[in-house]
Design a protein around this ligand. Structure first.
Ligand SMILES: O=C(O)CCC(=O)C(=O)O
Ligand SMILES: [Fe+2]
Length: 222
């Protein structure tokens, strides 16, 4: 993987933030290291570890509402939605809000809100190829994944593989899920999968959405 952008600050008004958003617009995805400072990444990792220990995670389903199922053949992971109940979560949500404004300012996407969850994959966990934007609603527009495992090695598995487009012959990119690494991608354009992980693997995945509510249909979160 060659095109990792290095950042040293969590200030999105820097050139790094601009370069990342530019690359997102150009390529449909971008990988950025150290977008968030280490202290925040560690605090979020500790919170997720505590949730796992106390049984606060639930089995992840796939899809939403009527179509929702716990498809063990597609995804093996447990999640918890953010509720903004801790300082670290609020700080992360605050950063996501600043990023939303920065993306809208440059790309005019009309991103409206943000939802995100902690994800814990067990050893043997995976997530098959998918697009994040859910069928039937143009709601998720930009996806963000943040990795939480310090010292992750490529041979632990759990690689994120993404396809550069939805074309059948699209090239792939493989991302090692190292702590602090951030992937931004266009939710409707970049199929991706998590290859089987040989160790417990931890991440946050979030989505900026447009408000797809219209007429009688209320667009509720998840
Ligand atoms: O854990 C990852 O690397 C990807 C997670 C993902 O694709 C998702 O939650 O939609
Ligand atoms: Fe995804």
């Amino acid at each position: 993987m060659s095109e990792v952008i290095e950042a040293e600050t969590d200030d999105f008004d820097t050139l790094v933030g601009d370069a990342a958003i530019e690359a997102l617009a150009q390529d449909g995805y971008v990988v950025v290291d150290a977008f968030f400072n280490n202290g925040l990444v560690e605090a979020l990792a500790d919170e997720l570890a505590a949730m796992e220990a106390s049984g606060a995670l639930t089995h992840a389903g796939v899809g939403r509402e009527a179509g929702r199922r716990q498809a063990a053949e597609i995804r093996r992971a447990a999640i918890r939605w953010f509720d903004g109940g801790t300082g670290a979560e609020r700080r992360f949500l605050d950063m996501a809000e600043r990023l939303r404004i920065a993306i809208n300012r440059r790309l005019f996407l009309g991103l409206f809100d943000f939802e995100c969850n902690f994800i814990a994959y067990p050893s043997g966990g995976f997530y098959g190829r998918h697009l994040d934007s859910l069928t039937g609603a143009r709601n998720r527009v930009v996806s963000m994944i943040v990795y939480l495992d310090a010292g992750w090695q490529a041979d632990y598995g759990g690689t994120l593989r993404l396809w550069k487009s939805t074309e059948a012959d699209a090239a792939t990119v493989e991302v090692v899920p190292q702590a602090g690494r951030v992937v931004l991608m266009m939710s409707e354009e970049i199929p991706h999968e998590v290859l089987p992980s040989h160790r417990p693997r931890h991440a946050i995945a979030g989505w900026w959405r447009v408000n797809a509510s219209s007429g009688q249909r209320l667009d509720t979160s998840r």
